[in-house]
Design a protein around this ligand. Structure first.
Ligand code: ZN
Length: 290
């Protein structure tokens, strides 16, 4: 069970570029995303949670210092924005009443680990089947980065489904695209990375399980590139065609067949997509490749 869950965990990093060199400082937080229905420890089940209820979320917390009203307000705002961004505006009744998503703010790391079985490095996780997000009170960047990231994972999988072979870069690219700071970082840095030939080919991106990579520069490129390609596809073709592409993958269509079906013949191969995406990136280039 633990091994299975570990396989499904997504690890990502918050990356801050330094001017005029490709060195990234890892500010770091972690995303542990699980499709497995994890068994809650008894301490979790018996805990005396306080609740803050909204239209689509219930925040469970222990201490007022967790700022549950702030979390709820932000979560509801992200819900609307992310659903719109991903092209689900008509699906207005999901996640209401008994289907509300649950956000658990554990009072400390020990309680979080005891309840969720997460490893020491983890500060947050999302569980698809429980439709829940777990974090630790006081986690840095929770409201602005971790929360939209995890909500995006849940909404995306709610619509696209749990089955199918969606490449890791696509799942993480969508979630990170919804983090404003990371999106800006990707847009600013991709022209430089393309110019310096630091990028993965799309073939390589599709085949890479970045969780096994130890070179931090490569990890950085992987995530920035994933965000940039998602940005290209959504801006250029619209969110509903992007979602169709993801659903094609879910339904078992091959990558290129999924591209052709959703975006048309001009994007119908991996090489074509790569060429078009690079053109898009360089068109946004400010000219500073140092
Ligand atoms: Zn993630």
């Amino acid at each position: 069970m633990k091994d299975e869950r570990a396989k499904k965990m997504h690890l990502f990093s918050s990356l801050v570029p330094r001017p005029s060199s490709f060195v990234f400082r890892r500010a770091i937080f972690f995303c542990a995303l699980s499709a497995v229905f994890f068994q809650l420890a008894s301490a979790f089940a018996e805990a005396q949670w306080k609740e803050e209820r909204g239209d689509h979320f219930i925040v469970y917390y222990m201490n007022d210092a967790a700022k549950p009203k702030d979390i709820l307000w932000k979560a509801e705002g992200y819900y609307n924005r992310i659903a719109d961004d991903l092209g689900y505006p008509r699906y207005s009744n999901f996640w209401q009443w008994n289907n509300r998503a649950k956000i658990y703010v554990h009072p400390n790391k020990e309680a979080f680990q005891k309840s969720t079985g997460q490893p020491a490095w983890s500060h947050g996780m999302a569980s698809y089947l429980n439709k829940s997000i777990h974090t630790i009170e006081g986690t840095p960047n929770f409201l602005d980065a971790v929360l939209p990231h995890e909500i995006t994972h849940l909404i995306f999988r709610d619509f696209v489904g749990l089955e199918g072979q969606i490449p890791l870069w696509l799942d993480e690219g969508v979630a990170q695209w919804e983090e404003d700071a990371k999106r800006q970082m990707a847009l600013q840095n991709m022209p430089m990375l393309v110019g310096q030939a630091k990028i993965f080919t799309l073939q390589k991106l599709n085949a890479t399980d970045i969780r096994r990579e130890t070179d931090q520069d490569k990890v950085a490129v992987f995530y920035l590139e994933a965000i940039s390609i998602v940005d290209y596809l959504i801006h250029q073709y619209g969110s509903s065609r992007f979602t169709q592409f993801c659903r094609n993958l879910r339904d078992g269509k091959k990558f290129e067949e999924s591209l052709r079906d959703a975006f048309g013949a001009s994007v119908g191969s991996i090489d074509n997509l790569e060429t078009l995406w690079i053109k898009y990136v360089m068109a946004k280039n400010t000219g500073d490749l140092s």
